[in-house]
Write a protein that binds this ligand. Structure first.
Ligand code: PEP
Ligand code: MG
Length: 754
């Protein structure tokens, strides 16, 4: 390859300018431009990549490569040689591209036989908006003159690439691909994880078209057929969905019983007798119930209305022959989009194909969210208007971790999703590898890592993580997903299962922690103005002592001949702790008198969630066998910041001097009194926060099973002594957040915090 002679170069630049200013459609212009560049550089191939957003380049025109590669090849900034040029906004040349460490092979391009490579960025406002590349079959060292020429060409092209014409062209491409530009929607997360799939619109509720029946007998037969068909299908679906045992199964069972309710069926039949069609009769039966119950404050009855609406919708679909199905979308990866949804509705779909769920009217305690969680499906809710906006088959990205939905995501976002999903998988693999390695820091300090358990699904993590114990069993979860208050026997079955599956591991039971956002469907908490600081948690169970006593009894029986660890949440002073402890001890005595087997040892602890307790540690610690810091509530009360309010999540940070100082005070006092101290709030499950906690002196952390692998790999890559020195220097900082410093520290010291 020769460098273009001066005259020739000027001639090419002139032709280029004429081309860029010409009237031809942009795609053709670009094709001619790259051909001209290849000729001018005596190269065998040339390509023009254009940035489609801040992170992504797409091949817009090429000469000498496979023609079908245009608009198919895309690269991240930093990916391969072209991506490197874009990322650094700097030209790059290689006599043999294959030998360059940054080279990444793109089979779609057909570049197998090419050797030499040169590329220059198209720069606007210090930023690369595209890359121009040439390649040749022979090895070739590019001269300064050649690179200068290419850079001049790039300057000429920059005007075209940043022109109005180009942005119109991009818009047309977007339209042709059916990509909506308003693609990101913020909602709330009901179940974490990432999923990518095609939209399936869950539509069921339709207006009843015919009200009055011509033939009552026919309508009754229709009802009977639809009703039995619906129930047979429900039975079939529920038994074929193997989702383990536990609360979510209870929910589905309750729903099934409801669908079979004789009183409801009779009401519909009576309505048909009075002259209505079967569909209208179902609607009337619902309306009657709604009129009677909708005014109630009773959350249990309100939930039942929800179920009734779901079952009524379902029956109407059977009556009209319009059963929701996924047949309309031919994809192995689906995202179900619903206005609202009952737990049974999810079973209409093959759950192994569901990659995400979007529920416009969803709330965290709704049953379908609990079932979805148990099935590991990410769920996002509360995005107004999303149900009408999404069309069947559209590609959707569901970010259940942050609570975002992406409609027709760009290549860049799609790629990020794929990376997140791959990371999820990778993490699972890594977890497998880490499972049998010790949870020890680089300087040999053992850190006990336990898991938090709520849903029975979480129990699977005991084995898959090989955790040290269960640092928090949220006993309220089975209470929340049950239709009635579980009696001692029922509770015992939950607790025994946990004890059996935990084996020799330490298990910490927390007494019922309801109220605030944790509602019981069968119990009204009375609509307080500030439920988070109202009648909740230990305050309720001390006032309703029978509930506490029954729970203690179930704990004791589940731990017969084993060690029992019980902790009480939201303790605000020593008196409360002593009262709760006494209740437990009285039950121990009763069990003994009754001749029942009692635990080998009973340890009693409390959660540190209320700031007032931090100032009474000297009084309380001598009476406690252990403490566990509930950082979720402790942070909410320390910063006076509702933990569930998305508007405030960015405002205050636990990684700041006031909170870290408080955390240090707690662990130092516990050490002073020789009391076992752990953290079971979210802080313990977030690698960078867990790193800071270990630096402050914590040696016991408990977290959700899904966070375990990440925390363990962080632990194994840190040095306690070094981190401790660093964290302690930050404690006097007046910065709003110390997160950036801690992250930078982790990166600099090779601490794994992904
Ligand atoms: C906490 O508050 O940190 C805690 C672990 O309890 P919960 O999240 O269940 O309120
Ligand atoms: Mg709490």
């Amino acid at each position: 390859m020769k460098s273009p002679a001066m005259n020739q170069a000027m001639d090419i630049l002139r032709q280029l300018r004429t081309l860029t200013e010409g009237e031809e459609p942009l795609a053709q212009k670009l094709d001619k431009i790259v051909a001209l560049i290849a000729a001018g550089m005596h190269a065998d191939a040339a390509a023009c990549y254009i940035a489609v957003d801040d992170t992504y380049l797409e091949l817009f025109a090429s000469y000498g490569f496979k023609a079908e590669a245009v608009h198919k090849v895309s690269l991240r900034f930093g990916e391969g040689l072209v991506g490197e040029v874009a990322k650094n906004s700097r030209s790059l040349a290689a006599a043999d591209a294959w030998k360059h460490p940054k080279f990444s092979y793109k089979p779609e391009l057909g570049e197998e036989n090419f050797k030499s490579f040169a590329a220059v960025p198209l720069i606007r406002g210090n930023r690369a908006i595209g890359v121009l590349a040439v390649q040749s079959l022979q090895k070739h060292e590019y001269t300064r003159a050649e690179m200068d020429f290419l850079e001049t060409v790039a300057m000429v092209l920059t005007g075209l690439v940043s022109s109005e014409e180009m942005s119109e062209y991009k818009k047309t491409l977007i339209k042709e691909r059916g990509i909506s530009t308003k693609e990101k929607h913020k909602g709330i997360s009901l179940s974490k994880g990432y999923g990518l799939g095609n939209a399936v619109i869950h539509r069921r509720r339709q207006a009843v078209s015919k009200i009055f029946a011509e033939d009552k007998e026919k309508e009754l037969q229709k009802l009977e057929k639809a009703h039995s068909q619906m129930n047979a299908d429900l039975d079939e679906k529920f038994t074929s969905t193997k989702i383990g045992i536990g609360e979510h199964v209870d929910i589905l069972d309750a729903y099934r019983m409801f669908a079979k309710d004789k009183g409801w069926y009779k009401k519909i039949a009576d309505n048909i007798q009075s002259g209505l069609t079967a569909e209208a009769a179902v609607e009337r039966a619902y309306e009657d119930m709604w009129n009677r119950l909708s005014g109630t404050n009773d959350t249990y009855l309100k939930e039942r209305l929800h179920d009734l609406r779901d079952v009524a919708d379902r029956l109407q679909s059977y009556l009209s022959g319009d059963i929701a199905s996924v047949k309309g979308v031919d994809s192995d990866d689906i995202v179900v989009v619903a206005q609202t949804m009952g737990p049974a509705d999810l079973m209409d779909y093959d759950y192994t194909k569901i990659r995400g769920l979007i529920i416009e009217d969803g709330t965290p305690t709704m049953h379908v969210a609990i079932v979805a969680k148990a099935l590991n499906i990410p769920v996002v809710a509360k995005i107004r208007g999303i149900f009408d906006e999404i069309k069947t088959g559209e590609l959707l990205g569901v970010d259940g971790t942050e609570g975002y939905v992406y409609i027709n995501p760009t290549l860049a976002v799609k790629d990020k999703f794929k990376a997140k999903i791959a990371a999820q998988e990778e993490l699972k693999r890594k977890l497998e590898e880490l499972k049998d390695l010790p949870s020890k820091t680089k300087d040999g300090v053992r850190i006990n890592l336990s898991i938090n358990v709520g849903l029975s699904f979480d129990l699977d993590y005991i084995k898959s993580t090989n955790c040290d114990g269960i640092g928090l069993y949220r006993t309220e979860i089975p209470f929340m997903t049950s239709d009635v208050m579980p009696d001692v026997e029922r509770q015992l079955s939950y607790y025994k299962e946990l004890m059996d599956r935990a084996g020799d591991r330490k298990v910490i039971f927390r007494s019922l922690d309801v109220g605030s956002d944790k509602l019981l469907p069968y119990w009204s908490f009375g609509g307080e103005e500030n439920p988070a600081i109202g009648w909740r948690s230990i305050r309720i169970t001390l006032d309703r002592r029978a509930i506490l006593r029954k729970q203690m009894r179930a704990f004791l029986r589940a731990s017969a001949d084993k060690e029992l660890n019980v902790m009480f949440p939201m303790i605000t002073n020593l008196a409360e702790f002593e009262e709760a402890k006494e209740t437990l001890m009285l039950e121990v005595e009763k069990e003994k008198r009754r001749g029942g087997a009692v635990p080998r040892k009973v340890n009693v602890g409390l959660m540190i969630e209320v700031p007032a307790v931090v100032f009474q540690l000297d009084n309380i610690l001598p009476h406690a066998d252990f403490i566990s810091v509930g950082t979720n509530d402790l942070a909410q009360f320390t910063f006076a910041c509702d933990r569930g309010n998305p508007k405030l999540t960015e405002r205050y940070d636990v990684l700041s001097s006031p909170f870290l100082t408080m955390m240090k005070e707690i662990v130092s006092k516990a050490d002073q009194y020789g009391v076992y101290c752990s953290v079971c709030g979210e802080m313990g499950g977030n690698p960078i926060e867990a790193m800071a906690l270990i630096g402050l002196g914590y040696r016991n952390l408990s977290m959700s099973g899904s966070s375990f692998g990440r925390v363990k790999s962080m632990v194994r890559s840190m040095s306690v002594e070094e981190v401790s020195d660093y964290v302690n220097t930050l404690l006097h900082s007046s910065k709003r957040t110390l997160r950036p410093q801690l992250i930078a520290y982790a990166y600099d010291h090779g601490i794994e915090i992904y």
